[in-house]
Write a protein that binds this ligand. Structure first.
Ligand SMILES: Cc1cc2nc3c(=O)[nH]c(=O)nc-3n(C[C@H](O)[C@H](O)[C@H](O)COP(=O)(O)OP(=O)(O)OC[C@H]3O[C@@H](n4cnc5c(N)ncnc54)[C@H](O)[C@@H]3O)c2cc1C
Length: 474
């Protein structure tokens, strides 16, 4: 049996007192905190627990890699921009220095009553507090042929290695699904000169998230990169080449596309299946309250695998993005070490990159306006940069902002959303909130002109002023 801190004790000794943790056996009350999952959520929790509590024993278990790495950087490894070891945010010496024990193994079973978990159906670990930071798994929808060689999703480091093998020397790939991971996969494949077809079931790209004009902007950009984007196309079947490997796909409309690789990027779901029936409350994810507590005492869940019973204000019950995992990790560390702290993520924010176009979204911008909302939309003449501001039709308070190909100062926009700043004030400060590097082309005149027309007023954007910028960001 494994008790953390690198100590293994013969199972027989433990069977006589199976409910004691290592600290109790050692005659003190030092807690053993076990974290399953070494992604951003689990790692942040561990780091912040250690910052606040120097005496507890912390163990992180993961079966993907021994060391934490940045999942969002996987695509750059495939594209040759970095090596896998460059995706590790911490030196390997960081972990022993901070006395965080790393265990490379898979947890198959947890006995919440006895506070014991089983690794690789063999070794057992006892915990005083358990943090589930299990992440997600890619969806598969039971298509015929989905288990053929050359068909895969993209989530883990193992998926990246598999993609390396599966795409070696191939000429044509199909990516199914039009979300953020789908477009990353299309970019990865096209970076190696592989002809890529993207099948998107909906009538427009990321149509459940983006308003129509932004969908169109990204569609044009995808096509300009040589991707064969097929909207309104659904996958029906993946066909074998006769040697147990994908040879083509068949769409619902009867089209056959020859290919040697199929990327399935139709979303992810919380990685919780092994916990069903264990006594832990599991719905789509592990159900938690605002303190990230589960229905089991001293057991918490966070990151991609957690599902809030009641979503935080203005947010969703499950949010599978990097920075929310980090925020949850910081929050939980406070609850575990000092005082019970509710998770309060504030305004929604997300950013991504669609080939060369950066995207930022703040607050609430739906794919359609809700009742009581109005919006201002501007797009540059080349159709590759845009700004949308959604505001309350009565008060003119800003509700959300989308930008494509333009960077805004996150901390300022976030604060203004909270302060319910009015749309005219926000656009008036454009030069001070725009965070594009100096040599980038500026668009303030075009934006001011369109804004004046939109409101039927005369309107000017204030000149850039470093004093104002410093005041805004401080
Ligand atoms: C290709 C890709 C690109 C992305 N790009 C972005 C982006 O640009 N911006 C953004 O905000 N988000 C992005 N995301 C999403 C983001 O990476 C995730 O939201 C985040 O990594 C989730 O962190 P986590 O700590 O909750 O889980 P994970 O990072 O998934 O970590 C969970 C770990 O737990 C391990 N584990 C699970 N179960 C067990 C078990 N039973 N035993 C042992 N180990 C176990 C898993 O193997 C995994 O290593 C991207 C995701 C992918 C796949």
């Amino acid at each position: 049996m494994y008790f953390g801190a690198g100590l293994c004790i013969n199972k027989d000794i433990v069977t006589t007192k199976p409910f004691l943790s290592l600290p109790e056996l050692m005659g003190n009350k030092t807690e053993h905190i076990v974290i399953i999952g070494n992604g951003i959520s689990g790692t942040t929790a561990a780091r912040h627990i250690r910052k606040r509590n120097s005496s507890c024993i912390i163990t992180i278990i993961s079966s993907e890699t021994k060391y934490f790495f940045s999942r969002t950087a996987l695509m750059y490894v495939y594209m040759g921009h970095m090596k896998f070891e460059h995706t590790k945010p911490y030196e390997d010496s960081f972990w022993p220095k901070n006395r965080i024990d790393l265990v490379y193994g898979h947890v198959n079973q947890i006995d919440f009553g006895k506070k014991i978990l089983k690794i690789d159906n063999n070794e057992e670990i006892m915990y005083d507090k358990l943090i589930l930071a299990l992440g997600s798994v890619p969806n598969k929808f039971g298509w015929p042929g989905q288990d053929l060689k050359g068909v895969q999703g993209l989530y883990s480091c193992q998926d990246l290695m598999l993609m390396e093998t599966n795409t070696d020397g191939i000429e044509h790939a199909v990516v199914v699904g039009g979300g953020l991971i789908g477009i990353e996969m299309a970019e990865m494949l096209s970076s190696r000169g592989i002809k890529t077809t993207m099948l998107v079931r909906e009538a427009r790209f990321w149509g459940n998230i983006l308003p129509e004009q932004e969908s169109k902007l990204i569609e044009r950009h995808i096509i300009s990169h040589g991707i064969d984007l097929k909207l309104n196309h659904s996958l029906k079947e993946i066909k074998s080449n006769g040697a147990n490997r994908v040879g083509s796909i068949l769409t619902e409309s009867g089209e056959v596309i020859n290919c040697e690789f199929v990327g399935l990027t139709i979303g992810v779901r919380p990685n919780v299946d092994f916990l069903r029936g264990s006594g832990l409350e599991v719905n789509k994810g592990v159900v938690v309250n605002k303190f990230l507590e589960t229905n089991q005492p001293n057991v918490y869940a966070l990151g991609d695998c957690a599902e809030f019973k009641e979503a935080p204000s203005g947010r969703k019950n499950i949010e599978q993005v990097w920075y929310t995992g980090r925020m949850m990790g910081e929050t939980l560390a406070k609850t575990i070490t000092t005082s019970k702290t509710a998770y309060q993520p504030g305004n929604w924010f997300n950013s991504a990159k669609f080939f060369d176009i950066e995207y930022q979204t703040y607050g609430r911008v739906g794919n359609k306006l809700h009742e009581g909302e109005s919006d201002f939309y501007w797009e540059n003449i080349d159709g590759n940069k845009s700004l949308r501001i959604v505001y309350n039709s009565d008060s003119e308070a800003v509700i959300g902002i989308n930008v494509f190909g333009i960077r805004l100062r996150h901390e300022v926009i976030d604060r203004w959303l909270t302060e319910k700043k009015k749309v005219k004030e926000v656009v008036g400060e454009w030069n001070n909130i725009n965070f594009d590097p100096e040599f980038f082309k500026r668009y303030e005149k075009e934006i001011a002109h369109e804004f004046a027309e939109h409101f039927g007023i005369s309107f000017n954007i204030k000149p850039k002023n470093w004093k104002s910028i410093l005041n805004l960001v401080s």
